[in-house]
Every structure is written in structure tokens, then in C-alpha cells.
Write a protein that binds this ligand. Structure first.
Ligand code: GLU
Length: 488
């Protein structure tokens, strides 16, 4: 009997290990969905519908480069069409596959619902190492990929709107826009077929910085709540805490920039794929950005000590750890070595489901990806609205606002018999321009969503992640109950 129990135990252990090891990114996301859906008493049929991908395209793109056909595989997944258009980034990476694309598309659905952005969730990706190709080659490849997606209805201002993601930027969005305009010249809203494009093409001021800036707003909001700061075991003021950022791409660098310049934050380490820069006194982020722009790396001995062991970064002592690179960087393999109080998930899916459970039991607070990095899509929404309304924000009212402020100053001067000096007037009289409005809307969206999640957390007494999924699923369910599922 004893021997039987021992064997059963070993078999169980092996099966459990096998289960965890084969669990995909999508499985991880769906486990979170299951947990919160249970709290909301979701019906099985609705839950199954919600977890499924509503439409999906896989394309093989053949592009002639140097006289030879090069083949690339790409996907665009639409997770939920409960609101149109659907929205989400387009990723260029060698690790792109269908499962991850579907997982990332589903995160977009939950993300948009949390920040009250009227989009369904989508995501796309091309399996490619963009560093291996020249700029004209990438342009050819992007145009060929975009043509396929456009012709099949997987890129359109009304249905499916990509944005930059890992490995893409406003440059790729501009190429997609050119392709769309050529194929659909009669679409008056053609500029809204992508967001995150350059300003002169109908982009919006502030979009590039939006995800990083939105994450800064999340951190600022946390420090407005004494009870949360206490619960996490942080020092009272943001600037007193030691911060680590993993990733110095668009999200990580802009986040670090805003934290450093607007909050005086002490960022003691920054990580990249080849190592990390460490400075216990805090890194001069402006100098690092300047260095990175010239050298494309962070190895600057004047700013800190560079260590070529990138995985060690996450295991360092700190107060706030911000993974801002890729998914699955904190897993069962390193979770026991994590020594932080608060994790801010700037990347999508950086903590695996199992690691998440362990950190929760250990008392490490995690603010989840589906809320934290939503700033990008918030400002994408503003950009899309600008494109379909064909007018820049602030264009009509800016000077009017300035004149009103000037009138008030003049009235006060007259009544008090004083004369406000020119410099003061210049400082106060400033009508909102497009970037001011984009950032103001971003701050409002992030702060409101935080309060919604925090209220849910107090009600259900679960983690921030469970509460965020709870808030999101509750809103999405309304679309079905209001219309009578599954009527369309
Ligand atoms: N790639 C970003 C994300 O994952 C942007 C999405 C968008 O703006 O559509 O949130």
C-alpha cells in the first residue's frame, strides 16, 4: 500500500509538471478569465464563446528579395467582435505564433473594456527577425503582408485597426496606411486604418509616449492611496522607492523618462536583452536615453555598472519591479527568487499563471497588464477618433480658451487696479493643444479605471488581477445580456 501511494504520488507529480510545462500563453490568460468569470456566475456557453477567437487569418507572404522568393508566415486574430472595430498591435518577431497572437488578442479585449475604450480585441504578428532586413526590404514585406490582410477584411478603419507593437513602429504603420490608401481609395476614413502612425499622416501627438506615460499614471495613482502603499509595504513617497525596469524599448524608456523627470524617481536598474545597468544611487535616465539613441545599447559605465546577465535583473532587491519587455519572464523557474514588493506589468503577460499564484500567496502585489499598459490603446482611440472626424483636437477651441483666460486676467487687473506682468500671463494663458488633450484624456482614463478596479477589489477581496478581470468581464457581459446572447 505504501509503495502504491509513493508511485501514485510520483505519477501525479509528473503529470502536474507536464501540465504546467505544456501550458501556453493562451491557457494562462484563460485561467485568469475562468477565475473571475466564476465570481460573476458566468454561464458556461457565454464563457466558452468569450474564450474563443471570433475570427482568425493565417497568411503566407512570398516576397522576392535579391531575386529569390522569401516566405513569411503571419496571423491576425480577432478575439472579440462585441464592439467594432477591433483593435490591437502588429508584432514582428521570430517568436510570433498563432497561440501567442490569440492570447494577445484576448488581452486587448479585456484591456479595452477596463479603460472604457469602445473597441473589440485583436492582434497580429509576422514571424520575422526585422533586424535581418534592410529598410526597403521591410517595406516590401510589410506592404505584401498588409495587402493580404486588407483584402481579407483584416485591416480596415471600421473593422480592424492595427497599431505598433514589439518590432514595429510608426514607420510600419505608415507603410500599411499607404497600402490601404492604394487599395481602397474611396474610403474617406482611410487614415483610421492604423493608429500609431506619424503625425503628418494623421497620427496624434503623444501616441508614441502614451503606453509609458499611462504606466506612470498608474504608479502615481497607487501613491495617492495610503492603504495600498501600506498593504504593498512600500515607502510613502514614490521617489523614496527603488525601481527596476526590464526593457528599454518604447514602453520602458518612455516610462523611465516620465518617472525620472516628473516624479524624481530612483531607477536603480534598467535591463535589456544582453544585460542590465545598475546604479544604487539611481540612473540618470535622460543621459541614458541620449546614449541609447546613439549607441543602441545601455552599456555606459559612466551611468552605472553594466552586467551581462540579463535574467539576474528580475531577482535583484527592489521596491517596484516593472517588466516592460516580453511575456513569461517570471515563471515557476525564477518566482522564488523574486524580491520585490510591487510588480507593475508593463509588458503583456510577463508573469505566468502559476508564478502569479505564488507571488500572491507571498504577499507581492501585482498590478496586471490588462490595466497597466492600456495607455497605448487609449491614445490610439483618440487618434482613430481624430482620423474619422478629420480634425485635430484643440484646433477649434484653443485660441478661444486663451482669449477667455486673458479676459479674466484683464478683469481682475481692472478690479484690483493691478497689472499682471507679461511672463505670468504667458505662463497662465495656454490653451490646450493636441498633446495636452491626449495626455489629459489618458490620465483621466487610467485614474478612473484604477478606481473601478480598486472598488471591485474591495468588494470581492481578491487580487488586483482578479479584480481587473472581474471589472472587464462584467462590462463585456452587458453586450450579450442586453441583446440576448447569441443574437447578432
Ligand atoms: N500594442 C499595443 C498594446 O498591446 C497597442 C494597441 C493599440 O493601440 O491598438 O496595447
Amino acid at each position: 500500500m505504501k509503495k502504491f501511494l509513493k508511485v501514485s504520488y510520483i505519477v501525479f507529480f509528473i503529470l502536474a509538471l507536464w501540465y504546467w510545462l505544456k501550458m501556453s500563453f493562451k491557457d494562462n490568460v484563460n485561467l485568469h478569465v475562468d477565475k473571475s468569470a466564476k465570481l460573476l456566475n458566468f454561464s458556461d456557453d457565454l464563457l466558452e464563446h468569450l474564450k474563443s477567437i471570433h475570427s482568425l487569418i493565417k497568411v503566407n507572404v512570398g516576397v522576392v528579395l535579391d531575386g529569390k522568393i522569401n516566405n513569411f508566415t503571419g496571423w491576425r486574430a480577432v478575439h472579440s467582435e462585441h464592439i467594432l472595430p477591433t483593435k490591437g498591435g502588429l508584432r514582428y518577431s521570430e517568436t510570433v505564433d498563432q497561440d501567442d497572437t490569440e492570447a494577445l488578442a484576448s488581452l486587448m479585449t479585456y484591456k479595452c473594456a477596463i479603460v472604457n475604450i469602445p473597441f473589440g480585441g485583436a492582434k497580429g504578428g509576422l514571424k520575422i527577425n526585422p533586424k535581418k532586413y534592410t529598410m526597403p526590404q521591410l517595406r516590401e514585406i510589410t506592404k505584401a503582408f498588409a495587402s493580404k490582410l486588407i483584402n481579407k477584411g483584416f485591416i480596415s478603419p471600421a473593422l480592424n485597426v492595427p497599431a505598433p507593437d514589439v518590432g514595429t513602429s510608426e514607420r510600419e504603420m505608415e507603410w500599411i496606411l499607404e497600402t490601404y490608401k492604394t487599395l481602397k481609395p474611396d474610403d474617406i476614413n482611410y487614415r483610421g486604418c492604423v493608429t500609431g502612425k506619424p503625425l503628418h499622416r494623421g497620427g496624434i501627438a503623444g501616441r508614441t509616449e502614451a503606453t509609458g506615460r499611462g504606466i506612470e499614471e498608474v504608479i502615481r495613482e497607487i501613491f495617492r492611496h495610503e492603504d495600498i502603499v501600506k498593504e504593498a509595504g512600500l515607502k510613502n513617497k514614490l521617489k523614496e522607492n527603488e525601481i527596476i525596469v526590464q526593457g528599454f524599448g518604447n514602453v520602458g524608456s518612455n516610462l523611465a523618462k516620465h518617472l525620472y523627470n516628473r516624479d524624481n524617481a530612483k531607477i536603480i536598474a534598467i535591463g535589456e536583452y544582453d544585460g542590465y545597468l545598475y546604479n544604487k544611487k539611481g540612473i540618470d535616465i535622460n543621459a541614458l536615453i541620449e546614449f541609447y539613441q546613439k549607441n543602441k545599447n545601455i552599456n555606459n559605465p559612466k551611468l552605472g555598472e553594466f552586467k551581462d546577465n540579463p535574467s539576474e535583473l528580475l531577482e535583484l532587491n527592489c521596491d517596484i519591479l516593472i517588466p516592460a519587455a516580453l511575456e513569461n519572464v517570471i515563471t515557476i523557474n525564477n518566482v522564488d527568487k523574486i524580491k520585490t514588493k510591487l510588480i507593475i506589468e508593463a509588458a503583456n503577460g510577463p508573469v505566468s499563471f502559476e508564478a502569479d499564484q505564488k507571488l500572491y500567496e507571498k504577499g507581492v502585489m501585482i498590478i496586471p497588464d490588462i490595466y497597466v499598459n492600456a495607455g497605448g490603446v487609449v491614445v490610439s482611440f483618440f487618434e482613430w477618433v481624430k482620423d474619422i472626424s478629420h480634425i485635430r483636437f484643440g484646433r477649434v477651441e484653443k485660441r478661444f480658451q486663451e482669449q477667455k483666460i486673458l479676459d479674466i486676467i484683464n478683469l481682475i487687473d481692472k478690479k484690483t487696479n493691478t497689472k499682471t506682468d507679461f511672463d505670468t500671463i504667458k505662463k497662465i494663458v495656454h490653451g490646450a493643444d493636441e498633446e495636452d488633450l491626449a495626455f489629459s484624456g489618458l490620465e483621466d482614463s487610467m485614474r478612473n479605471a484604477f478606481i473601478e478596479i480598486y472598488n471591485a477589489k474591495k468588494q470581492i477581496k481578491k487580487s488586483f488581477r482578479e479584480s481587473a478581470y472581474y471589472v472587464s468581464l462584467k462590462k463585456i457581459r452587458n453586450f450579450y445580456t442586453a441583446e440576448g446572447f447569441p443574437k447578432r
